[in-house]
Design a protein around this ligand. Sequence first.
Ligand code: ADP
Ligand code: ASP
Ligand code: MG
Length: 403
Amino acid sequence: MKRLVLKFGGTSVGTIEKIKKVANIVKKRFSEGHQIIVVVSAMSGVTDDLKSKSDSISPNFDNKELDVLLSSGEQISCSLLAGAIIDLGINARSWMGWQIPIVTNVNYTSSTIMNIKTDEVVNFLKGGVAVVAGFQGISIEKRITTLGRGGSDLSAVAIAKFFKADSCEIYTDVEGVLTTDPFMNKKAKKIDKISYEEMLEMASLGAKVMQPSAVQTAMIDDIPINVRSTFSEKPGTKIISEGETDYKKVVTGIAYSKNNAKVSIVGVTDKPGVAADVFEPLGKNNINIDMVIQNTSLDGKNANITFTIKRADLKKTLNLLEKNKQKLNYNKVTQDDKLAKISIIGAGMIANPGVTHKMFRSLASEKINILAISTSEIKISVLIREDLTQKAVKVLHKTFKLD
Ligand code: ADP
Ligand code: ASP
Ligand code: MG
């Protein structure tokens, strides 16, 4: 007998038919003699819908009330699924985050799980299936919190950790983690095994099949994850520690993120402290800076600082730069807001020189201009025009033999 955490994403519970299908999967696993904790997301589209309602009241809708609103989608799917399991003759019960409780910090809309009480659920598991609402918790101030978009993945991993589960299975609408998003390139192939490090890069760089914080938590606590399909019996992808993976391929996967913007500050004085002066007000206003490039004039007196941000932060960024114009003493600011970031990821890159030029040559063959570059040991990212995203993903997928 094993203790399993089975997480079903919004795409797996998007309709009543699908909820019934999930109930049957749960029944099968329970009947095999396992203890089952199900973690469930809101039916697909529901969270977006709720968010658009609060947005239409105010773009600055109160964070704490937003969490009360957004978490409500999971209450619906959780009760529907528990009811569907009961209807199949299996004892089941739903739990909202606050009932367990799943205790989080006070970082509303993107909270971190601090603790999960286990005794009541553990007791129930002896004779029934526990169905837990993903994405939500309760803060130490006794207010409802959510874990950031896609946060049911984090709920599942944290529950697997606190309940000392034997495995954590993430059921979704694709076969597992693929070499790239199948909606961008039909030639995407399932990856059998991927290291936490590579998966963390993939997720952070846009592969939304797993939430980055969930991968990070799994990596820290060494919780093996299996990403698999709700709609097929095929084995999925194992996310495991680096030692257990083999790096036959130089590049494991390709990720992309759209909605990027680039800002260039032209003609600041090149002296210590200028970059700090540029980025300090942005940081204090919660604007995340991604890529940064600085180039200096030939006489060494002036510099241009270019950086990328999310498109949604562009207006705020430009306002802050304007506000600080006197202190920063720049000539002008230029911007471009229709950009995408394309990344190739692979631990095999460490031992294989020449990947960078191969990537750039491949993009050049499709006449795709590179606007900025950033690298780490296991990834290379480039900034390009957003309308060229699919073209870039496809050519890189082919170049690195992932087709
Ligand atoms: P869920 O509702 O199960 O949480 P998500 O929509 O959050 O599902 O994540 C699954 C989706 O992630 C897939 O439908 C796919 O379009 C997208 N995706 C992006 N990159 C990848 C990738 N590398 N592998 C698999 N899926 C990916
Ligand atoms: N329902 C939440 C969202 O859409 C959480 C999740 O799906 O994991 O972000
Ligand atoms: Mg998801």
